[in-house]
Design a protein around this ligand. Sequence first.
Ligand SMILES: *[C@@H]1O[C@H](CO)[C@@H](O)[C@H](O)[C@H]1NC(C)=O
Ligand SMILES: *[C@@H]1O[C@H](CO)[C@@H](O)[C@H](O)[C@H]1NC(C)=O
Ligand SMILES: *[C@@H]1O[C@H](CO)[C@@H](O)[C@H](O)[C@H]1NC(C)=O
Ligand SMILES: *[C@@H]1O[C@H](CO)[C@@H](O)[C@H](O)[C@H]1NC(C)=O
Ligand SMILES: *[C@@H]1O[C@H](CO)[C@@H](O)[C@H](O)[C@H]1NC(C)=O
Ligand SMILES: *[C@@H]1O[C@H](CO)[C@@H](O)[C@H](O)[C@H]1NC(C)=O
Ligand SMILES: *[C@@H]1O[C@H](CO)[C@@H](O)[C@H](O)[C@H]1NC(C)=O
Ligand SMILES: *[C@@H]1O[C@H](CO)[C@@H](O)[C@H](O)[C@H]1NC(C)=O
Ligand SMILES: *[C@@H]1O[C@H](CO)[C@@H](O)[C@H](O)[C@H]1NC(C)=O
Length: 299
Amino acid sequence: MRRGFHWIALAVVHLAIWFFSGSMAGDSQVYDPHALDEFFQQFVNRTLHHPRTGVLYNITLPGRYSGMEVSVIRMRSSTFWVRGTNLSAFYIPPRVILKPNVKTLGIIYQNLRNWSSSYYQVPGYRLVVPVVGFIAFDASKSDGVGTQMLNLTVTGNPITVSFHPNRTEQGNNTVACVKFGYNGTAFLSNVTSPNSCVVQGQGHYSLAILIPPSSREKEKGAWRWWVLGLAGGGIAIILMGLCAWAVYETVMRNKIRGMESESERGIPLEVTWVRRSRMPSASMLRTQPVFLESHVPFS
Ligand SMILES: *[C@@H]1O[C@H](CO)[C@@H](O)[C@H](O)[C@H]1NC(C)=O
Ligand SMILES: *[C@@H]1O[C@H](CO)[C@@H](O)[C@H](O)[C@H]1NC(C)=O
Ligand SMILES: *[C@@H]1O[C@H](CO)[C@@H](O)[C@H](O)[C@H]1NC(C)=O
Ligand SMILES: *[C@@H]1O[C@H](CO)[C@@H](O)[C@H](O)[C@H]1NC(C)=O
Ligand SMILES: *[C@@H]1O[C@H](CO)[C@@H](O)[C@H](O)[C@H]1NC(C)=O
Ligand SMILES: *[C@@H]1O[C@H](CO)[C@@H](O)[C@H](O)[C@H]1NC(C)=O
Ligand SMILES: *[C@@H]1O[C@H](CO)[C@@H](O)[C@H](O)[C@H]1NC(C)=O
Ligand SMILES: *[C@@H]1O[C@H](CO)[C@@H](O)[C@H](O)[C@H]1NC(C)=O
Ligand SMILES: *[C@@H]1O[C@H](CO)[C@@H](O)[C@H](O)[C@H]1NC(C)=O
């Protein structure tokens, strides 16, 4: 009986924790994108030495980051000025000025794939493509891609980033370009050509669609209430069952007690039953002296 109530109390506590943690913190965990950038930078600094200039290297990340894609390229600034470069989704045209002007630069490119919405969110919008980004560094004093960040200034054609959104996921919604600021703040702008964005400089970019206000929080919250209702109902039924059982047991016990007090008048059978039920505690008491005795010589 007590075990039953204990179990139900546990279930109620767990349900409450699940319900409130879910409705307060949202469904997915949120990570710090700035810390991720720093990790990439340090990891590349540790693992990549003497890369050939002008060659894009894929970095193999530790298992915890599996799914993310990081690649790096080391270039001479003169080549970068004359030819620009292509980094997967990004097209960096010629005639981009580096500040400060260095001899060699390194670029870290990243695609967060299935981790995108764990690191970057746009309130009221849903990302329809993975977040991609690039950051340029001064590699002149390093045998890798360097650690000092550079600023880029476009003087020719703009830097662009092209995406390939999933048609079925996008539906008939118009997509907007998203730029994520250094602190994770999102800035929206119109797409330039279908699924392409003009990019002001280094940073993180994606495409997003507006979530219709009607379905924004409703459907998310609805199933939670459903589960809560169903679980609550289930617990209520179990409680009612337990109460019924408790009432039944009490009634039966009273009945038996009545029979016992009746039978006490002539039959000594009850005494043996009581004795047998006390047997285990008696035998336990008997073993203890033996245990103590065996320890006496040692102490
Ligand atoms: C780097 O990874 C991308 C995407 O996974 C792949 O398409 C490309 O071939 C890889 N490049 C090298 C040099 O391994
Ligand atoms: C992304 O996918 C990888 C496997 O490709 C998996 O290990 C990782 O847990 C996934 N990340 C998230 C946030 O779902
Ligand atoms: C980058 O890609 C564009 C088109 O995809 C191409 O015209 C250009 O030559 C490429 N640039 C480099 C440096 O590979
Ligand atoms: C890594 O960074 C340290 C200082 O931050 C620098 O001394 C070292 O040369 C870098 N290593 C590579 C491979 O860039
Ligand atoms: C790069 O630009 C940012 C703001 O746009 C500025 O705070 C920073 O000092 C610049 N860095 C360099 C090396 O010019
Ligand atoms: C697009 O999204 C739908 C639903 O999320 C999925 O079934 C389909 O496989 C996706 N297509 C591609 C090409 O990723
Ligand atoms: C998209 O628009 C077309 C025509 O305007 C319509 O037939 C289709 O049902 C729409 N799809 C969705 C998912 O709203
Ligand atoms: C992030 O930076 C932008 C300007 O770049 C600023 O408007 C915004 O308030 C900042 N947000 C936070 C949370 O610091
Ligand atoms: C995007 O384009 C629409 C018209 O197509 C315009 O009304 C809106 O101001 C534009 N937004 C931005 C941020 O340029």
